[in-house]
Design a protein around this ligand. Structure first.
Ligand SMILES: [Zn+2]
Length: 455
């Protein structure tokens, strides 16, 4: 088993920053953490070490369309006009192209401090809608990309069966996504095979949304792997809330909390439009709210009730969703800035006297670990060896110590101070760049150079 020892002048341990830490990695796990130590010959030396974070929600192929949906159309552009372009991209990509896009994305995630991806995978079939001979062909594509980049993989196969509430027929643009219950059960099995060789991989299961799955399909899907995390999009858009009210007389979360046994294994993506009652009820279930702040801003979704949710004991985590922009600091900054703009206040999410950067980093670290099935994360013995070092010669970090390091990382660094990143115990980023970044980018460029003309 390979062993690496890192000596950090400052390291963020679960109880806070500590000086002079020696952290020994054996294989994919942290074996020991020694505080107040002296460096030894052969140690890898870093200035600041923080835990790598799990990104709980990604649609990898959408990285290929970053910037392609920013031209104003003839009417009122919304999530739904963005979705038309996204469907065209989804229909244009081959398995090899999807793998190349995902590898580029995962390399960028590692460079941005995400060491695990929860891939909410709903692109399943040939462009004409027929299943591949291996029904998990595109799960194999994203899993190969995880292997090439070295990121930890939590694969989340998604049941997508309908176009709207009440079991409406899928549209032509959705044909690569669609499965019935039997087909989906086969896909879940094949997905387990697809990730079997990846170290520390995890499987979760998802229903796309209350639009895309009937109550019966939702219950079937949630019961398929009862010990695995279960994910679903919910209440991202006002129209979705209105359509749910028309269908059931209830708001989406209200309906879900009355009809499903939502518990800590659930991860509800967005949960943007919640009443005060829904906010309190969701917090009480222990489910993770999977927030995707940069995408939610890009799509004009609205504001999550974060202060009330956190005050009620709710658990949150971060996803990069459409992958329009990728990085831990960008997501945390947008999470807090959306609240500031909405409340016309500062330092909204931290308790009085506490650092905002540290508070939201720690919350997202814990929520991401739970929602991606690894349980806990952090610089502690037994945890998966996901670590990120920051360079102190970055202007934002000069003279910063303790929790102010995280405040500077989240709010003050216009270029990334991330230096080295270890994922699953392997060093994948050095000097801020992925060690195989050139080859990964060459494949990405070949796969996507003509995409704008093809869609
Ligand atoms: Zn999503």
């Amino acid at each position: 088993m390979t062993e690496t020892t890192i000596f950090a002048e400052n390291a963020l341990l679960p109880e806070g920053f500590a000086a002079n830490c020696r952290i020994t990695i054996a294989g994919t796990r942290i074996r020991s953490v020694e505080v107040g130590a002296a460096p030894m010959p052969g140690d890898e030396r870093v200035a600041i070490l923080i835990p790598g974070m799990a990104n709980l929600h990604s649609h990898a192929f959408q990285r290929a369309m970053a910037g392609l949906a920013e031209i104003r159309g003839p009417g009122h552009d919304t999530f739904w006009t963005w979705r038309d372009i996204m469907y065209r991209v989804a229909l244009a990509l081959s398995p090899e192209e999807i793998e190349a896009v995902a590898a580029q994305l995962y390399a960028e995630m590692l460079e941005g401090g995400f060491t695990r991806v929860g891939e909410f995978h709903y692109l399943h079939h040939h462009p004409d809608g027929a299943p591949y001979d291996d029904v998990a062909r595109l799960a194999v594509a994203v899993s190969s990309a995880a292997a090439d980049s070295g990121i930890g993989m939590t694969l989340i196969p998604v049941l997508y069966a309908h176009s709207d509430f009440g079991g409406a027929e899928p549209t032509a643009g959705q044909r690569r996504f669609i499965n019935d219950r039997e087909g989906f059960a086969r896909l879940v099995e094949a997905s387990e095979t697809a990730i079997a060789a990846l170290p520390e991989s995890r499987l979760a299961v998802a229903a796309h949304s209350l639009r895309a799955a009937t109550p019966e399909e939702l219950a079937f899907t949630a019961a398929l792997r009862p010990d695995a995390p279960f994910h679903m999009h919910i209440s991202e858009q006002v129209k979705e809330v209105e359509d749910c009210l028309a269908w059931s007389g209830q708001r989406p979360l209200e309906w879900l909390l009355d009809h499903a046994a939502v518990d800590p294994r659930w991860c509800l993506i967005h949960a943007t439009h919640m009443s005060e009652t829904e906010t309190r009820r969701l917090a009480a279930t222990g489910a993770v709210a999977g927030l995707c702040p940069v995408t939610e801003a890009n799509l004009g979704d609205g504001f999550f009730n974060a202060p009330e949710f956190v005050a009620a004991g709710g658990t949150l985590g971060l996803g990069s969703d459409s992958n329009i922009l990728v990085g831990v600091a960008a997501e945390l900054r947008q999470l807090e800035y959306a609240q500031r703009l909405n409340r016309r206040a500062r330092n909204v999410l931290a308790p009085h006297g506490a650092s905002n950067g540290r508070t939201i980093f720690a919350a997202a670290l814990a929520g991401g670990a739970r929602a991606t099935g690894i349980g806990t994360a952090g610089l502690m013995p037994g945890a998966i060896a996901d670590l990120v070092s920051l360079a102190t010669d970055h202007p934002a970090l000069v003279g910063r110590s303790g929790d102010r390091i995280l405040d500077a990382f989240v709010f003050g660094a216009s270029s990334s101070p991330i230096d080295k990143v270890w994922a699953l115990g392997q060093k994948r980023v050095e000097g801020g760049r992925h060690v195989d970044g050139e080859a990964i980018f060459a494949r990405f460029r070949a796969a996507t150079a003509t995409l704008a003309e093809r869609i």
